[in-house]
Write a protein that binds this ligand. Structure first.
Ligand code: IVH
Length: 696
């Protein structure tokens, strides 16, 4: 038609781009399937395939038989003996949104006809982010375990799969079929993954990037003893060939049979009647994905009725009767533009990544902490690298590591700066310490941080004196150290742009009111190393007045209940510093109350208990839940340890916290249990949490 000329150049461009995409995808297929060493996250890979598929849809003449859109995986590596699958292991088409799920439903209708006449039931299964395996049982005995390979021929991995506890050597059936191929996913539970990586780091080996790579790397190596040490697990979800066995009419029946045969079937699987319900199931799994002790990257939706499946059939690549609803990616690649160092209120110099902003885990991430010098070295990330960025649930964004294949030649290693980027003085890292510090007490970054901390909620709680205002006032010379907060020249503030009468009055009032805060809050505000809210409360209770603490010898402090040697030494050292004593003097002069002891408003039923809250609760904000704990004498730390009494889980909890709690056998409570604990101080019987697996 007309426009052929214009289209010609577009088609030329498209052909070139399709060829390029095919090459790139083939490269990544090999990295993933053969080398177990993917360079890019799945989401980036999916984007390449989607682009190619879109081009091929627009220009069908571009489709070639060996296009990655037409086949599955890649040819098996030469390391292990090839195994021909009796029935191919297909891949799945993806849906990334409700509309794509609905479009799939329409395609089903086109083949199956009016759903009023032939209704469809859907089996919804968590999409396990692991390593696909095919297990062959002959007369009920495991004879072979194989990788997917190219879908037709895989590799023999029997030697590493037989050592997995979840993999039965023999099916628990009286009359087992002559031959059955069972398809499933080998995965590494999060606790096992964390444990494995701790060991890798201790041994000076690079950590595994994610549990899936760890599982793949474990199964695809020669030594069964290594595989046995790294606790792997299995979920099974599909049959391949079946000879001399029962005949099934639905997938639900098949799953029930798998379970009867002693094979692990995921307990979250549900059979649903409408795509609306299916979508709700997907949303629910997305919301609590981090409450599981294994990773899932979506939901697999399968037509239940096996006759309907036959009618629908498959393409060479994927069945039409199933679709993978993929969750938004939690890993993406981006450019590491620079590594910078920020100086905190204690002078700690923290390196952080300055990233080309990337949308990951539902937010745009432009910066991520790199924690300390050792972490940067262990990860070997360099400015100019392409890096993998991960943001999972309520966990802060993390730079996982570099994409080494994309590193420009000669890119220099990053060196920790020798001088403080703010004041220019020499940074200090002491023997045996992992952190580097700016030890200059007059460093502006430290001073600003100290003021912001003094005004923060857990300290003097001065509303309106946040980071922006502190920085603005400091730049104008209105504010230097903490003592200056009570000497701000309000007349000058009133002349500043954006500072009307009301805002001045509000901030001045908030500052005035803070003079009456309890001694424990004042102590927290002074920014003494090692002195947190619990230690501050103990000191306040024991000494009753800041002057008494200032005068107390170290030994007297160490004798006080709840104060250890570390805190006593740190407090003494702090007051021995003339600059700090000057701050105290200026607070005293300003009329800050040094002796207010707050009587607890709640019965101290949680004394000595440590309770970790994760996820969103209905009746408490995050701060509210922590206050409820500390007001009753308990501790509310941010992470789970051996000392944790109980873990309270709300919606979208942190997976690492839950996994660790399960690992350590710590009671897990829901909100009702939490309320009971607050009232009684007694840990109620733990409950099963949605999606949670009991500890092994
Ligand atoms: S069914 C023909 N069910 O996802 C159907 N696959 O992206 C083939 N996977 O190759 C697979 N959980 O390795 C199925 N519940 C589940 C799954 C699942 C994870 C993996 C499997 C598959 C890949 C496709």
């Amino acid at each position: 038609g007309n426009g052929a000329v214009g289209n010609g150049s577009v088609a030329d461009y498209s052909a070139a781009r399709a060829a390029e995409l095919r090459g790139t995808i083939a490269h990544h297929d090999r990295r993933y399937h053969e080398l177990d060493d993917p360079e890019i996250p799945d989401a980036d890979y999916d984007a390449l395939v989607r682009e190619l598929r879109a081009l091929e849809a627009q220009f069908p003449e571009l489709i070639v038989p060996d296009s990655p859109t037409q086949r599955v995986g890649s040819a098996p590596a030469a390391l292990f003996a090839p195994v021909a699958h009796r029935r191919p292991l297909l891949s799945l088409d993806n849906a990334f949104a409700l509309e794509e799920l609905v479009a799939w439903g329409k395609r089903l209708e086109r083949v199956l006809g009016d759903p009023a006449d032939d209704p469809v039931d859907y089996v919804c299964e968590p999409k396990i982010d692991g390593f696909a395996v095919s297990l062959t049982y002959e007369d009920g005995v495991l004879v072979r375990a194989a990788t997917r390979g190219d879908g037709r021929v895989g590799e023999d991995i029997t030697h590493t799969v037989v050592v997995i506890d979840d993999v039965p050597r023999r099916l628990t059936l009286n009359d087992p079929p002559a031959v059955v191929e069972v398809r499933g996913e080998v995965y590494m539970p999060l606790a096992a993954f964390a444990h494995l990586n701790e060991g890798q780091v201790e041994a000076g080996l690079p950590p595994f990037v994610n549990p899936r790579n760890a599982a793949a790397g474990t199964v695809r190596q020669k030594d069964p003893a290594v595989a046995a040490r790294r606790r792997l697990s299995l979920w099974t979800y599909q049959l391949g060939a079946l000879e001399g066995g029962p005949s099934f009419t639905s997938h639900t029946e098949t799953l029930r049979w798998l379970a009867t045969a002693g094979l692990p079937v995921n307990p979250l699987i549900e059979t649903l009647a409408t795509l609306d319900e299916v979508h709700r199931f997907c949303e629910a799994r997305l919301a609590d994905r981090h409450g599981l002790d294994y990773e899932i990257d979506g939901v697999v939706v399968k037509v239940d009725d096996l006759r309907q499946r036959d009618e629908l059939g498959s393409t060479s690549r994927a069945p039409r009767w199933a679709i993978a609803f993929k969750f938004p990616p939690e890993e993406r690649t981006t450019t590491l533009n620079d590594i910078m160092v920020s100086i905190g209120r204690t002078g700690r110099a923290t390196p952080f990544a300055q990233l080309e902003p990337v949308f990951v885990g539902g937010v745009t991430v432009g910066q991520a902490t790199l924690h300390n010098a050792d972490q940067v070295r262990a990860k070997d990330v360099r400015p100019g690298d392409t890096v993998i960025v991960r943001r999972a649930g309520d966990v802060i964004p993390e730079v996982v590591g570099p994409v080494l294949a994309a590193r420009p030649e000669g890119l220099p290693e990053w060196a920790f700066p020798t001088d403080c980027p703010v004041c220019g003085q020499l940074l200090v890292r002491e023997e045996g310490e992992s952190d580097t510090f700016c030890v200059n007490v007059a460093c502006p970054a430290r001073a600003a941080g100290a003021v912001i901390h003094f005004a923060s909620r857990g300290a003097m709680d001065i509303e309106g004196l946040g980071e922006r205002t502190v920085q603005q006032f400091r730049q104008l010379g209105l504010l230097g150290h903490v003592g200056d907060i009570y000497r701000i020249d309000w007349a000058r503030v009133g002349e500043l742009e954006g500072w009307g009468e009301t805002s001045v009055a509000n901030l001045a009032g908030a500052i005035e009111a803070s003079k009456g805060r309890p001694l424990a809050n004042l102590l927290v505000g002074l920014n003494i190393r090692h002195l947190g809210p619990t230690g501050a409360a103990a000191l306040a209770k024991a000494f009753g007045h800041l002057d008494a603490i200032e005068a107390a010898p170290e030994a007297a402090m160490a004798d006080a209940p709840g104060i250890g040697l570390t805190i006593a030494a740190a407090v003494r050292r702090w007051f021995d510093d003339a600059a700090n004593r000057a701050v105290v003097a200026s607070l005293r002069e300003a009329g800050v109350d040094f002796g207010r002891i707050e009587e607890p408003s709640e019965p101290q039923v949680l004394e000595g208990l440590s309770i970790v809250v994760t996820g969103t609760l209905q009746g408490f904000s995050r701060d509210g839940a922590e206050d409820a704990i500390t007001n009753r004498g308990g501790k509310a730390p941010g992470s789970v340890s051996k000392k944790t009494t109980a873990v309270v889980v709300g919606d979208s909890p942190g997976g690492a916290k839950l996994a660790k709690a399960r690992d350590l056998g710590i009671p897990i409570l829901d909100e009702a249990g939490f309320v009971e604990l607050l009232a009684t101080g007694v840990v109620p019987a733990p409950v099963a949490v949605a999606g949670g697996e009991p500890p092994p």
